[in-house]
Design a protein around this ligand. Sequence first.
Ligand code: GDP
Ligand code: MG
Length: 442
Amino acid sequence: TLSDRLSGIFGKLRGKGKLTDADIDATAREIRLALLEADVALPVVKAFIASLKERARGAEVSQALNPAQQIIKIVNEELIQILGGEGRRLQFAKQPPTVIMLAGLQGSGKTTLAGKLSRWLKGQGHQPLLVACDLQRPNAVNQLQVLAQRAGVDVYAPEPGNGVGDPVQVARDSIEHAKRTAKDVVIVDTAGRLGIDTEMMRQAADIRDAVDPDEVIFVIDAMVGQDAVRTAEAFRDGVGITGVVLSKLDGDARGGAALSVRHVTGQPILFASTGEKLEDFDVFHPDRMAGRILDMGDLLTLIEQAEQAFDEDQKEKMASKLLGGEQFTLEDFLDQLIAVRRMGPIANIIGMMPGMGQLKGQLDELDDSHFDRVTAIIRSMTPGERTNPKVINGSRRLRIANGSGVTVMDVNQLLNRFTEAQKMMKQMTGMMGLPGARRSAT
Ligand code: GDP
Ligand code: MG
């Protein structure tokens, strides 16, 4: 399955200290193959891989995560994106009744969905009416009636014994019936064929025109492979759809349909069906589906926690240092610089650094290359110099300047700035009435 393939790919990244471009390319190639084999449509795969590569190479590398975890995190987020990001709710008409029309191939799960949706809507306080417009299969009306009874809702169907009724007429009449009986949501079940078929498409379009639906929901069996794309395109062009429901997600779905259908239709997946019972049904959550595909729930939680813990750890170290009345050293300054550089453009984040907000004025003129220079200067100092910059005399300044490829003036400037920063840190802890600050002041 796609899950197995992906976890195999991620496994190879484990133990790597750093991802080279070659690593990223190789990983991207394997993920590409895994997606194609899971019947994900080619344009979707291409977009996915392009985004993955860009992000993996980009600056969003986090110290909290190892390379395998970083890739997993990106893949997870991209999956969520492709599946629809935040997701969308059902649209209701301003003036009831809201009309929901179901379309899709025979066996895709339309009639079952009609039952599930009506039960769900009823649970939300609505008064749904089911409309039987599949008059082709002998048992279709009966099937809908059985489901409606289980859901506790009403069905509108042609009188039996009048021969085969006209589904378009039934659909049209059902709206009046809904108004008369104070129903606020009308769910129109339609007939499907085994394959795409002009007759079926025309009937669906006629029913659509008769009821002017607020939603046309395309129901697709998640188990179908490459056919998903062609079918979705045919319904998109033939009927026009506003939303998708994935059915049979409880089966051994390869994930291809789920990942392709949103891109192909340009419409969101609204609900997921996960079984034959009426309650096997829920609003579609892109993040949960991505989690299902990745099948790494625990790992994803771990990644989240690692990132949070890293953040907390940094803040705590700094706070306890200041609380303990310890000096803010160049070593700390360097730590913060490195942490900050990982986070992105400097202008956005200066204010986020503990204590560094005070320095904003002084650092404002610094761009990223200045930051890198400062990092280089501090790295050229010995540990002793970093803790106690006072020992850095003229000849050591020259050595540091040479070692980091800057001028002595740059070194002087940094040291002056740092001394000011150090003073400011002391004042700040003093102002906050921290015990450590008082202790160090005496
Ligand atoms: P329709 O032809 O589009 O109306 O499809 P049906 O609603 O009649 O469903 C076809 C078959 O698929 C029936 O046997 C349903 O019980 C079954 N089915 C529908 N939805 C699901 C689902 O989410 N999971 C499973 N396992 N079976 C489903
Ligand atoms: Mg049906």
